[in-house]
Design a protein around this ligand. Structure first.
Ligand code: RAT
Ligand code: ZN
Length: 419
């Protein structure tokens, strides 16, 4: 009887929680989207949606065309192949397939017609700049964090020629080649006028790497410095990656007050023939993260891990170290089953002191489905948690619900960044 009463009593605030979660504007704190000034780097439209690397990996489950033949095709042909195999010849039940349909529906397009040429016509008629704002409104995203690499030959010239800030976008400095391909990167830095030595990590080299990081942090006005690292990454260690982190990246982040975003667990190019779709996942040794958080209390670490099996340990670490901010359900964990599990576990261990999601969108319109799907799951978890509180007699006010959702959707993150 008691439960029935509690359930009946929870109904009005369940609707309110859902409404607040579905409508609160939020910053998307990690994407691969670009402001229009970066021109072709901003991907959008139905063909790009269909050849998203998450879908390409799924399509190859059914395709028997040789990899090289697929890559030699025009994007439109690749998209047709994906459409044929993942949408027409089999029902599109995977999260990435369903995402395309959620997106089209939210844009007002009729998916049941299954009419790819008509979809192409609709996208071709959009004005790119207005379309960005429209997609952000539909997703409830108020700021898109980009992933900006000085090492990208298409992107670098835009910064060097003077990028005009677009208030919808926030830059973030991505440094994977610096930490994971030092011998080649040292040559590049030397060509750009930084006095570094590839063979020897002297104090001079660390200072010059810091000068490089400072120049690009200022040029981009970056919100944080970021790297994805393989599962076997260790810290402390005598290797170049660990040395550069300790002597250049961490002092740089301290000087500029920036979080260092770490994304452990990716095994790059498990199947290189799949190109961008060919990366895998491995279990990380998070004692590495413990060593970083404990050894550098003046640094801030924002972390998402790729392996499901690392999620619990990450939560426990965040209970020990307040300089660790847990965020997002990354890549292979960005599926309803795991978002639900991870969000519940995080809330049960960390309360509301984390950022439940980022989109990792590579194609503009993906922010619509990624956020719609995640918001629904987060709302369900919150309804359960507030219902459990109601059963104790604790009452939350509408203002408190709004406060808590705002914290989850950007408030916690923004405070962490300005600490
Ligand atoms: O999720 C993705 O699209 C991956 O390809 C990666 O880009 C990953 O998110 C990363 O930032 O390394
Ligand atoms: Zn990413």
């Amino acid at each position: 009887m008691k439960t029935i009463h509690a359930e009946a009593a929870q109904l009005p605030f369940a609707t309110q929680i859902e409404n607040v979660v579905m409508s609160t504007p939020l910053p998307d704190i990690h994407t691969h989207l670009y402001a229009p000034a970066f021109r072709d780097l901003l991907l959008w439209g139905i063909d790009e949606l269909l050849i998203y690397h998450y879908l390409v990996a799924e399509a190859f489950r059914y395709l028997d065309v040789p990899y090289e033949k697929f890559w030699a095709m025009a994007k439109t042909e690749q998209a047709e192949l994906v459409w044929q195999h993942l949408f027409l010849e089999h029902s599109p039940v995977s999260e990435s397939c369903r995402g395309v349909l959620t997106t089209l529906r939210a844009l007002g397009l009729d998916v049941k017609k299954r009419d790819l040429p008509a979809l192409r016509d609709w996208f071709a008629a959009q004005d790119a700049d207005q379309h960005i704002t429209h997609c952000m409104e539909l997703a409830g995203v108020r700021k898109i964090h980009m992933t900006n690499s000085p090492f990208d030959d298409l992107e670098r010239p835009v910064w060097e020629q003077g990028y005009h800030h677009d208030e919808r976008f926030q830059a973030c400095l991505r440094i994977d080649p610096l930490l994971l391909a030092w011998p080649e990167t040292a040559v590049t830095l030397a060509q750009w006028g930084y006095t570094v030595e590839a063979g020897q990590l002297s104090q001079k080299t660390f200072d010059e790497v810091r000068r490089f990081l400072a120049d690009w942090t200022r040029r981009m006005d970056a919100a944080y410095v970021m790297v994805s690292i393989p599962p076997d990454f260790k810290f402390p260690a005598a290797n170049v990656t660990a040395q550069l982190i300790e002597n250049a990246v961490l002092p740089h982040c301290r000087e500029f007050g920036l979080p260092f975003a770490l994304m452990p667990g990716v095994k790059r190019a498990v199947n290189p023939q799949l190109r961008l779709a060919g990366d895998g996942v491995g279990l990380s040794d998070l004692s590495t993260l413990q060593n970083l958080c404990a050894g550098f209390p003046e640094n801030k670490f924002m972390v998402t891990v790729l392996a499901r099996e690392n999620q619990h340990e990450l939560c426990v670490l965040a209970r020990k170290f307040r300089n660790l901010h847990v965020f997002g359900c990354w890549w292979f964990t960005n599926v309803p089953y795991l978002i639900d599990e991870m969000t519940r576990m995080r809330m049960e261990l960390l309360g509301l002191s984390f950022t439940p999601q980022h989109s990792d969108a590579r194609v503009l319109e993906q922010i619509i489905y990624k956020w719609q799907h995640s918001r629904r799951l987060i709302a369900r978890v919150l309804v359960d948690k507030f219902s459990a509180l109601a059963q104790t007699g604790w009452q939350v006010t509408p203002a408190e619900i709004e406060r808590d959702v705002k914290d989850l959707f950007g408030g916690n993150f923004e405070r962490f960044c300005t600490k």
